[in-house]
Ligand binder design. Structure first.
Ligand code: TNX
Length: 541
């Protein structure tokens, strides 16, 4: 049976805005059309009990209205996607792919001519409320139908993560599980607090290949993160092919911290990462450090040094000693070439130039250099981002400052710059959890799961208000991190809390409640074989 889509959007508005909906459902089967059209009975006639998953969503949605009963997903359920829209069809296929391993169901993805009949999933932007913005969605689950409606496809993708979390935890297993696969009934209306919800991976100190990055992106997507910052160059390694300066990877790409093996992405591999991220509605932000943190470049090309002598490779942890030669024209040719090539393979609007920890330049030299880099980034059509230290220069109106540790970012905020909040003492994923954590550093203090969750971006810094803050980002620096399992240990579960800080309202966000919800995610992380840190602060399942 086909329901006209106008009736569906009526249903959703009805569910969201009218009170007393619970009664409607508790008095017998609901008729989703709101008219008198008969609907076939639900099979099986006794719905297995719905799991309490609505209470365990992370990030916590803005509005949740539970209803009695649930929707049973069966092998006969279809995923009906708005017809004539390939982007939404791809989102439907993504959902089918995520549900297949544990259910064993090969769910059909079908073009919908309006809302489908009983037992199906419907995914559409038709009737989507513009007030939901780019990433908001409404998920209405009745015993008959799952209707996911958003204003934009990104909202549908975020809503699918909610749907995955509403299913019982075994849905994340990679082999067929017994089920049943019941989604609790109710209405969720949700949208993010901040537009910037990010994670950073340092592939310069240790290199991680495309497969590791894709796994990281999948984990980010599950928690509705939308910015992936790739730290592509540093003293110890250069990780992105630059066709006009091939030694950057031939020489600079060969090293890592501690003499470990190097590596780099070809431009094609980088494009593969960008496309994979895009398919998960994640924007990639490439970072090329300058003028400091550049020993790998200085080792690759003698002419980038003021004394024309190539530097030896640097595989120790020490920072702050290196700088491009800011007096030479060739340096600005280098900066132009690198930014041009990286901008050309980066569809997102941002390019990060680092700019931190330069101990070997005077303030004037530093300022003049960063000012020029800013013009170059702009010339190639991107918005520049830099760490705290760029707060010293005259910033263009669209330039963004990433706060990590110092007062200079606050200075930038006073000049009107927008900010990304990555306070080291809260958001740094490379800081040890406690004194017995073997991996990681501890210069910003130990960051247990509670510390990384219990803060608010809008009140973290005196004199910086919510309106200036784009959002949050958690960086993983990899001086001590060599393997995917080690990444997982430092990132999880802390990144999950950062994702909630970025998405959910500050009001009502409480560690004592969050830790219970987080515990429920343990079996999901375990189903992915994720090597997460079993913090004693969390009552893990
Ligand atoms: C500081 S954060 C750095 C990085 C290090 C990190 C280690 C920032 C802008 N600079 O170069 O990897 O500390 O925690």
């Amino acid at each position: 049976m086909q329901l006209p889509s106008r009736s569906l959007s009526f249903l959703i508005r009805f569910l969201v805005f009218i009170t007393g909906v619970a009664m409607l459902f508790s008095c017998g089967p609901a008729n989703p059309t709101g008219d008198d059209t008969p609907i076939p009975p639900v099979t099986p006639s006794v719905t297995p009990e719905a799991p309490p998953t609505m209470n365990y969503l992370i990030p916590k949605p803005q509005f949740v209205q539970p209803e009695p009963g649930g929707f049973s997903l069966t092998a006969a359920s279809g995923i009906h996607v708005q017809s004539g829209n390939e982007e939404i069809a791809a989102i439907g296929r993504y959902l089918a792919e995520k549900l297949k391993p544990a259910t064993g169901f090969d769910l059909a993805v079908l073009p919908a001519g309006g809302a489908p009949g009983t037992g199906n999933i419907y995914i559409t932007t038709e009737g989507g409320d513009p007030a939901l913005g780019e990433e908001g969605y409404t998920l209405a689950v009745t015993p008959d139908l799952i209707a996911l409606v958003a204003y934009m496809p990104a909202g549908l993708f975020r809503g699918i993560q909610t749907l995955r979390q509403l299913l019982p935890a075994p849905i994340e297993q990679s082999t067929v599980q017994p089920g049943p696969w019941v989604v609790p009934a109710g209405v969720i209306r949700d949208q993010p607090r901040f537009s910037w919800r990010g994670a950073m991976l340092d592939v310069a100190r240790h290199f991680f290949g495309v497969a590791d990055v894709k796994a990281f992106l999948d984990e980010m997507a599950y928690y509705k993160l939308n910015r992936f910052h790739l730290h592509l160059s540093d003293d110890q390694g250069w990780r992105i092919e630059i066709k006009s300066w091939p030694n950057l990877t031939a020489v600079g790409g060969a090293t890592s911290v501690g003499g470990d093996p190097g590596g780099f992405y070809t431009q094609e591999q980088y494009a593969e990462i960008v496309a994979y991220a895009q398919s998960r509605y994640i924007t990639v932000i490439p970072e090329i450090e300058m003028p400091g943190h550049t020993n790998a470049a200085l080792a690759s090309y003698a002419e980038l040094n003021c004394d024309d002598v190539a530097r030896p490779p640097h595989t120790e942890l020490e920072v702050g000693f290196s700088t491009l030669c800011v007096e030479k024209d060739i340096t600005y040719q280098f900066v132009d070439d690198v930014i041009r090539e990286v901008a050309a393979i980066t569809p997102g609007p941002y390019l990060h130039i680092g700019g931190d920890e330069v101990q070997t330049l005077g303030a004037e030299e530093y300022n003049a250099f960063v000012q020029k880099a800013q013009s170059t980034v702009n010339k190639y059509g991107k918005r520049m981002i830099g760490w705290d230290e760029i707060g010293r220069i005259d910033l263009l109106p669209l330039t963004i400052v990433q706060y990590w540790n110092g007062p200079l970012a606050v200075e930038a905020a006073h000049k009107g710059a927008k900010m990304i909040m990555s306070p080291a003492s809260r958001a740094y994923l490379d800081q040890k959890y406690n004194p017995s954590t073997e991996l990681g550093l501890y210069w910003a203090g130990y960051v247990e799961v509670q510390e990384s969750y219990s803060w608010d971006p809008a009140t973290q810094l005196d004199g910086v208000s919510e309106g200036q803050i784009l959002g949050v980002e958690a960086p993983l620096w990899t001086e001590t991190i060599r393997t995917r399992a080690e990444i997982e240990y430092m990132v999880f579960p802390r990144l999950i809390g950062i994702a909630e800080i970025g998405w959910s309202n500050a009001a009502g966000r409480e560690w004592s409640e969050y830790r219970i919800r987080l515990a429920e995610h343990g079996p999901r992380l375990a189903a992915w074989n994720l090597n997460y840190y079993r913090s004693p602060q969390v009552p893990w399942k």
